[in-house]
Design a protein around this ligand. Structure first.
Ligand SMILES: Nc1ncnc2c1ncn2[C@@H]1O[C@H](COP(=O)(O)OP(=O)(O)OP(=O)(O)O)[C@@H](O)[C@H]1O
Ligand SMILES: [Mg+2]
Length: 591
């Protein structure tokens, strides 16, 4: 998906390829579509019959002073009104229902696709844009039904019906009525074009407004702390001014158009009355015909004007469909192989990196020819300057990204040969930024996995010493976690992440230590938790506090994407000019 694509670009109003794909989602609900179409035809017929009933009442009964049967015509008219009411309701409901069914299916498909896409995809696509895909764009597809295809069909049916009836009743008067059509079309086209442009600008400014608000509300604390309120307010006012300007442009064309449309309608009426009145006097036209014409002509221009609006709706729906299908078609390069290698039920957990080269962007390697081995049960620490590629290592191990060259092996098998969910179950990870979901403390540890009982959650929490602070919470394990865990401290979030990793009891544990420092007491608790966490499993600890990792089996020093030193703490400290030694002495001096 290209970043430059304008989210608001209007495409073709009709795109057979897109509609065919859309049909795949509509087909399961085709019964409803057929029902809607049937209702539509009946409704059109009922609506078209009404003016004709008036004509019959006037010409055959009132003008003839023939009151017999007038009651029947009146009853029919009343019946048609009741029928119209019922049919309108049913048709609208059925259409909306079809649309919402399809929306539900497509939205589910889009979300499922989002869950399959690799991290690299999310690097390229901003969150806001993806949310728009799942919400607004899918909703725009709904309009294909509610005011798109079906309604266009309805309008066309109605128009054709009116044209036929008018020509049949009186072709001369019909031609007079139709003569207003060309200017109407021209006017409509002229104004719609301009309105469309104005409203496109409105949508663009609304998007800017949303982005601005999102960023500034999220960052409100920083805005306030750095006393940036005045600046933010000025920026907000500027965006709003632009929005108002665009909106008023649209409104100006809109109001001019509706006023003109009324005028054209009145002129048509005048023409019909003029020629019709002359026809009546000449005995060429019946009075009932004239009344019916007036009625029909008022029903004639609305669909003509609305067709252009529906055209716009179709355009934006097609553009939305295009974007959605593009997302659905995005390649999923990181997926489970056809025939996956099954890990042992209790895998030993040997990790081997074999000449691994990887970059987030082509030709910009972040890791260069990295090779190392972690024996089963061994504890290895990875250290290095910030940005040296430490976190990248573990992303490759669990296939958040795939290596460009070389191999990553778990127990002698390329990680690409495991089913993704089994690989990720075998390797437990505590990420650098502790992410909590909204829910409860308990659900954040078990992540809703039915295999993880409440008992196991409590045991995991106790093992990493998280139980003490959890039990102090007013609702304990049922304590509500707010969005991103904003009601927990950094240290608490870290302990919860540990408990989460432990609850899944993985063979290999990878810990990406957060850089944020905590108080010595919590630090001690965390170190204690760490020991239990790592006991009896292969583990890789990415460490920032070097003092805490002196007892690991081996330390790898990563520098600019390459393993530059490895050995125990003592060995590395013996190297004059060594990177580790430099890092260590800098830290020792700093604390
Ligand atoms: N998603 C990404 N897209 C592009 N570049 C990235 C991405 N993530 C990391 N990088 C780059 O890759 C390099 C290595 O990043 P990495 O996160 O592995 O560093 P790190 O050693 O974990 O650093 P820290 O100690 O600060 O956590 C950095 O130069 C970083 O800018
Ligand atoms: Mg990192």
């Amino acid at each position: 998906m290209s970043d430059e694509r304008n989210d608001d670009a209007l495409g073709k109003a009709y795109d057979a390829r897109l509609l065919r794909r859309l049909w795949r989602y509509v087909r399961p609900h085709r019964g409803l579509v057929v029902l809607a179409l049937v209702l539509l035809f009946v409704l059109s017929a009922v609506q078209l019959a009404q003016p004709y009933l008036i004509k019959v009442a006037i010409d055959d009964h009132i003008a003839q002073r023939e009151l017999d049967g007038l009651g029947i015509v009146a009853a029919l008219f009343l019946l048609s009104l009741v029928a119209e009411f019922g049919l309108r309701f049913a048709q609208f409901y059925v259409l909306e229902r079809t649309g919402q069914n399809v929306v539900l299916d497509i939205r589910t498909a889009v979300f499922a696709q989002l869950q399959r896409l690799p991290s690299a995809f999310f690097d390229r696509n901003p969150v806001g844009k993806l949310i728009t895909r799942v919400t607004t764009d899918v909703e725009a597809l709904n309009e294909v039904f509610t005011s798109g295809v079906v309604m266009i069909l309805a309008d066309l049916v109605k128009l054709a019906g009116i044209v036929a009836i008018l020509l049949w009743m009186d072709w001369r008067l019909a031609l007079v009525t139709f003569s207003v059509l060309p200017p109407t079309l021209a006017l409509t086209w002229f104004f719609r074009m301009r309105m469309r442009r104005a409203y496109r600008r409105v949508r663009a400014t609304v998007a800017r407004l949303n982005a601005f608000l999102q960023e500034n509300v999220t960052g409100m604390r920083i805005v306030q702390l750095f006393a940036r309120e005045r600046v933010a307010e000025q920026q907000f006012v500027d965006v709003n001014r632009e929005h108002r300007r665009a909106q008023l442009d649209g409104v100006r064309y809109d109001s001019a158009f509706s006023a003109l449309a009324e005028l054209v309608g009145a002129i048509t009426l005048a023409a019909i009355v003029w020629f019709g009145g002359w026809g009546i006097l000449q005995g060429l036209v019946s009075f009932g015909t004239l009344v019916a014409f007036i009625e029909y002509s008022s029903r004639f221009f609305r669909p003509v004007q609305e067709l252009s609006q529906r055209y716009t709706v179709m355009q934006s729906a097609m553009a939305a469909a295009e974007r959605i299908f593009e997302l659905l078609d995005s390649e999923v390069p990181i997926r489970s192989p056809e025939r996956a290698h099954r890990p042992a039920s209790r895998p030993p957990g040997e990790i081997v990196f074999e000449n691994v080269t990887f970059g987030y962007r082509p030709d910009e390697p972040v890791l260069r020819d990295v090779s190392f081995r972690v024996a089963p049960g061994q504890k290895v620490a990875v250290v290095g300057w910030t940005g040296s590629g430490k976190s990248t290592l573990i992303r490759l191990l669990v296939r958040l990204y795939d290596v460009d060259r070389g191999r990553v092996l778990l127990d002698g098998v390329d990680v690409r040969d495991y089913a993704l969910h089994e690989l990720r179950r075998a390797v437990g990870i505590v990420l650098q930024d502790h992410f909590l979901f909204s829910g409860t403390v308990e659900s954040n540890i078990s992540l809703g996995d039915p295999r993880i009982s409440a008992e196991r959650v409590r045991r995991a929490a106790a093992t990493v010493n998280a139980d003490r602070f959890i039990e102090r919470l007013p609702s304990g394990y049922a304590e509500e976690v707010r969005e991103r865990g904003s009601n927990f401290s950094v240290g608490e979030k870290q302990l919860l992440s540990f408990a989460r990793a432990l609850a899944f009891d993985p063979a290999v544990l990878v810990l990406d230590e957060a850089t944020a420092s905590v108080d010595p007491e919590t630090e001690r608790e965390i170190q204690g938790a760490l020991k239990t966490l790592l006991a009896g499993r292969t583990s890789i600890v990415i460490a920032h506090r070097l003092a805490a990792i002196q007892d690991v089996d081996r330390i790898l020093v990563l520098h600019r994407g390459a393993v530059r030193e490895q050995g125990t703490h003592e060995e590395l400290m013996r190297r004059e000019e060594g990177i580790y030694r430099t890092l260590y002495s800098l830290q020792a001096a700093g604390t």
